[in-house]
Design a protein around this ligand. Sequence first.
Ligand code: VG1
Ligand code: CO
Length: 543
Amino acid sequence: MNLITRPATPFEGQRPGTSGLRKKVSVFQQPGYLENFVQALFNVLGDARGKTLVVGGDGRFYNRVAIQTILRMAAAHGYARVLVGQGGILSTPAMSAVIRSRSASGGIVLSASHNPGGPDGDFGIKYNIANGGPAPESVTEAIYLRSREITQIQILDSPDLPLDALGTHALLGTTIEIIDPVADYSAVQRALFDFDAIRALFARGFRLRLDTMWAVGGPYAKAIIEGELGAPEGTVVNATPREDFGGLHPDPNPVNATDLIDHMRAADAPDMGAATDGDADRNMIVGRNFAVSPSDSLAVLAAHATRIPGYAAGLAGVARSMPTSTAVDRVAAKLGIACFETPTGWKFFGNLLDAGKVTLCGEESYGTGSSHIREKDGLWAVLFWLNLIAVTGQSVEQLVRALWAEHGRCVYSRHDYEGIPTDQADALMRDLRAALPDLPGTILAGEPVAIADDFAYTDPTDGSVSSKQGVRIILQSGSRVVFRLSGTGTEGATLRIYLERHAPDPAHHDLPAQQALAPLVALAEQVARVRHFTGMDTPSVMT
Ligand code: VG1
Ligand code: CO
């Protein structure tokens, strides 16, 4: 077992996006590609002596190969201890839980999350810091800069380690420990929720269908929902992680989780449906013939949080990403707590959570979480809903309708235009930004424009500024259209247009969202010439 130093030349484009570096598997398979990025990361992190690193991923194709490489490099870099999830598995929320419970200095997550997997799919790598959350932009940017000047990598020429059995191995001076990927995570959930109440709910015959989409959420859901909470076997479906997610797109929304939606529409539909994504940090909640918008889900959880043991003392505050609907703002105002608006991506919530300014946070993209860890957490959201249903006796639909009755409905949709040539997408955003100064005061969709700007965020704890986080056009009534380009895609550019309209009148609550939002779609076309730049008449995906 020798420590070797290999010459390396930089690869273009190793800049992490919204959530780590994501590329086609074939890009990661280029000799030295992964090594360069990991070397850049270790160079930025500095002295590893005495430190513990956690490594794990969502089990997608290339996970095992990448982990072996990372273990050789971590040992070469001098880590005291590396913890690896058994079989190379750690969901993103479990990674966060393990970093925190084992006082690790950080962790490397191998996942492209909701992106498809398999040899022709996507792969990804992300670094989480000691608080358990995604590295902030200052760190990801430093890694990128370092990746551009890599000249050598350090690695061991050691054989692969067995990852499938629990146990301890030595690599040079580093102890490699294969750990149970579920235990630390389960302990965190057990401390938050009333497991007895949820157990009693299932014992009364409550029916849940939890679709883990052939992804990493399966083992966690099986252990907790069917194991500890006594839900009947078969409650968790598509539960065996597959390297290609069964050829499907592991993104829990009504467009990709069609099987679940069909079950929830059937005459004998279960009481509640839910789905989680590739790395188990996203969640979709569905009632009988009733899909819950993620922004509404966050608002419902905030409104009822004190009914949950872990949040009985009340919420310090809440946070949502800018494009997420303002439903939670209305709940926060009623509760008399602060509501923060951050750029897209979980990395911006970490400082607010660390500073104790917020307890719950969420995004419109099917992500919800809390101060229990520093990542969004799919199964946590499912447990939260189950606990609420158990103690209120209300159905999913009743809980959402009560929110609408009290605060009005924030009718919401996101339209994605995928695979646009990058220069066309950039041109759309450039023209749109140029038009912003003239918009305030003009009449669009029948009302005056109140605000037209490019969202910039100043972190209230460290003062760091993130600019150009999405163009927003907000009308006098609060209706708004937001435009931004995705930072997780791997083919061309994806334009996201977020549409929100507040409907206070209950008579309007059952209007189909796309119909209610049609004037805002027309507004988007008028100001941004979406058809012209995307070459598409309709979005690729509407959620
Ligand atoms: C998307 C979502 C964003 C989410 C991110 C990571 O980013 O919009 O809300 O935080 O994915 O989610 P973008 O830049 O493509 O819009 V996950 O579950 O893929 O890690
Ligand atoms: Co995810």
